[in-house]
Design a protein around this ligand. Structure first.
Ligand SMILES: O=C(O)C1=C[C@@H](OP(=O)(O)O)[C@@H](O)[C@H](O)C1
Ligand SMILES: C=C(OP(=O)(O)O)C(=O)O
Length: 429
């Protein structure tokens, strides 16, 4: 499929489907880092296989950990047996691709290495915010050359750690990255945030919860302060939840077509931001039911516009914006200025692509305003952004002639997307 144009299928009717989504990118890449830092071998079951997850495995392998698939995997899922490195090894390089989790979670591991680790990634990765994390590592005792990709961490076999203040308003991952490795710093870490609000609170809660599950003392009881005590990281056998954010395009299809989509294994309680889809999609006109079978969203075929602050759940924005472009009333999406530093400038990209099809979307200082308007077919550009590509597929369900450029970019977190989308539509009424 390459970088060509993918004819987004128009829904032949109301979808009726059960869609199994693979493991959470965010849980997988945290679990892999913690397993690589653990005091003994562990297992990460139903780990995501995708570009971002594979880049994480390669990075941690370069730093000395060993990953062996056990049991039966699929194209997008694997059970990993992880053997931590006896000592983190340096004199190597790490390709971050466009993965925020790799570029922010791995440098603190590299600071523990016994030699140089050089980092680089995709062209756009060089533009993503890194400076606050690299500055913090320096303040904690690391020798780091550079303030953005490409950069080099000159590891010296350990890190003093201690107290550090950063501005993490550009990305919660700047904090998560420091916390995930901090149990292995001599003094642990206390991170204080100063600046505009940190986005993606659920992802920070996920970091703290996963550290605690690994037996690490982690405290987030004070606003904008996080503490991780030094100590061992327990070896674990854990199973990764399905990626609820990647369920968004499929659940959106229920709203667009007036059909019904069920996602099995939806957790009863979770730190994943995708759980907010339950509230958001019901506000947009869906009925939402969580049963032992999974999460079922049923639409009427009419979508209501929404006024929503997506600061905590920014990664849901492309799917919500696609629905807003097909709604019967205006929408306002707020609190998401930080999306300008994601895989692409998502606010500019969403406005450009909706408007290219004849819609009316306007960037605001911290979000988007979208007025519904009849859309026409045409090219939908992806900007190497998996969620831009799936947003184009959502619009294409209702608008004939939408051609999504570079659908293969969905492989960042959802390599089987085109086949899953086709299978979902086969079950249309
Ligand atoms: O920690 C994580 O796994 C993530 C945190 C969020 O990043 P930002 O806080 O930069 O938005 C989110 O958007 C990203 O997809 C995954
Ligand atoms: C922002 C995202 O990714 P990353 O982990 O690369 O930051 C995302 O998946 O929406």
């Amino acid at each position: 499929m390459g970088e060509g144009l993918w004819d987004a299928p128009v829904a032949p009717g109301a979808v009726e489907a059960t869609v199994r989504v693979p493991g959470s990118k965010s849980v997988t890449n945290r679990a892999l880092v913690l397993a690589a830092l653990a005091e003994g071998p562990g297992t990460v079951r139903r780990a995501l296989r995708s570009r971002d997850a594979d880049l994480m495995v390669s990075a941690l392998t370069a730093l000395g950990a060993t990953f062996t698939p056990v049991g039966e995997g699929t194209a997008d899922s694997v059970d990993w047996r992880v053997e931590p490195a006896a000592a983190i090894t340096g004199n190597t390089s790490v390709d971050t691709g466009l993965a925020g989790t790799v570029m922010r979670f791995v440098p603190p591991v590299a600071a523990l290495a016994d030699g140089d680790v050089s980092f680089d990634g995709d062209p756009h990765a060089r533009k993503r915010p890194m400076g606050a994390l690299l500055g913090a590592l320096r303040a904690l005792g690391a020798d780091v050359e550079g303030d953005a990709l490409p950069f080099v961490v000159h590891g010296s076999g350990g890190l003093p750690g201690g107290d550090v203040t950063i501005d993490a308003s550009a990305s919660s991952q700047l904090v998560s990255g420091l916390l995930l490795s901090a149990a292995r710093f001599d003094k642990g870490v206390t991170v204080r945030h100063e600046g505009p609000p940190v986005p993606s609170a659920p992802h920070l809660a996920m970091t703290i919860a996963m550290l605690r599950d690994a037996g690490v003392e982690a405290d987030d009881s004070r606003p904008d302060v996080w503490h991780v005590a030094p100590g061992p990281v327990a070896a674990r056998d854990l199973t990764v939840e399905p990626d609820l954010s990647n369920a968004a395009p499929f659940l959106a299809a229920a709203l667009v077509t007036g059909g019904s989509v069920t996602i099995p294994d939806w957790p009863e309680s979770t730190t994943q931001p995708g759980d907010a889809l339950r509230g958001l999609l019901s506000e947009m006109g869906g009925s939402v039911e969580l049963t032992p079978r999974g999460l079922t969203v049923t639409g009427t075929g009419t979508i209501s516009g929404i006024d929503a602050d997506l600061h905590e759940v920014g990664e849901l924005t492309p799917s919500i914006a696609a629905l807003a472009a097909l709604a019967d009333s205006p929408s306002r999406l707020r609190g998401i200025a930080h999306l300008r530093g994601h895989e692409t400038d998502r606010l500019a990209a969403l406005a450009a692509e909706i408007n290219r099809l004849g819609g009316r979307a306007r960037e605001t200082e911290d979000g988007l305003e979208i007025d519904p308007r009849g859309l026409r077919g045409g090219e939908w550009r992806s900007y190497a952004d998996h969620r831009m590509a799936t947003a184009g597929a959502i619009v294409g369900l209702a608008v004939p002639g939408v051609k999504v450029q570079d659908i293969a970019t969905t492989g960042k977190t959802l390599p089987e997307f085109p086949a899953m989308w086709a299978a979902m539509l086969e079950g249309s009424r």
